[in-house]
Write a protein that binds this ligand. Structure first.
Ligand code: ADP
Ligand code: MG
Length: 229
């Protein structure tokens, strides 16, 4: 936990810089893309080069927009949110991707509604990032179990257990570092953004993994109350 805390303290400075750079890059990028599209088709037989340029530009755009999430939004509104409801909503969003990959998603929630104070879109962003990683770790199918438990009536613990490829022990320390990715099309920003959001919600995150067996990501948030279903 200490290591995670230390890492997230650095995020504010890195995040502000990243957001500023991202913002500055966006405009010239849009111009470049427009002109490449204009030229596209103008030269015989060179079409594939334009395609490559456009797809590389799209990749830069993806990275830039993920970095921009790091910028503090102007007005973050923390409201009381039912975390089971948010989790279920994100499951619905990711179900088709999971189905395509033969991944089954199971929910194990208690018969109560844990309410926490948070920003809905940011919380969803965390759940999307973590669940996507789980699904991507199971290219040949598997199961993702989402389990919640109340901890000392003060915290809601959400565990995302996948049966995926797992993470080598010596790589666990790299999680959450900017641009750390093992995926061909990855950005290595998902966990970093999630750590930042979790920190802003006074939460905690812990990742345990066994190579070849699977990974469990546990996120803890303070609850303001629980409501009977
Ligand atoms: P990205 O998904 O773009 O690679 P992330 O920050 O979301 O970036 O994740 C960083 C890396 O952490 C991934 O590339 C992967 O190696 C590892 N990782 C994260 N979650 C899992 C998981 N559930 N199972 C296996 N590896 C994972
Ligand atoms: Mg990811």
């Amino acid at each position: 936990t200490e290591e995670l805390l230390r890492k997230s303290d650095k995020l504010s400075v890195v995040g502000q810089l990243a957001a500023a750079v991202a913002h500055e890059i966006r405009n010239p990028l849009t111009a470049l893309k427009g002109f490449i599209q204009l030229l596209y088709g103008g030269l015989d037989g060179k079409g594939q080069y334009y395609q490559i340029m456009l797809s590389e530009l799209s990749r830069i755009e993806t990275i830039i927009s993920e970095l921009l999430v790091l910028a503090k939004p102007q007005a973050v509104v923390f409201e009381e949110k039912n975390i089971h409801y948010l989790l279920s909503h994100v499951v619905t969003l990711l179900e088709s991707q999971a189905n395509l990959q033969n991944v089954q998603i199971f929910r194990s929630f208690g018969a109560y509604n844990p309410i926490l104070k948070g920003e809905e879109n940011q919380l969803k962003q965390v759940f999307i990032n973590v669940m996507k990683n789980a699904i991507e770790a199971m290219p040949r199918g598997g199961r993702l179990i989402i389990e919640t438990t109340l901890e000392q009536d003060k915290y809601i613990g959400v565990r995302f257990k996948d049966s995926g490829e797992g993470i080598p022990k010596e790589r666990l320390a790299n999680l959450g570092e900017p641009f750390y990715t093992t995926k061909e099309k990855g950005t290595g920003l998902g966990l970093m953004i999630s750590y930042k959001i979790i920190k802003e919600h006074n939460g905690m995150i812990e990742i345990k993994s066994e190579e070849g067996k699977g990974t469990t990501v546990e996120v803890l948030f303070p609850v303001v109350q629980t409501v009977e279903v």
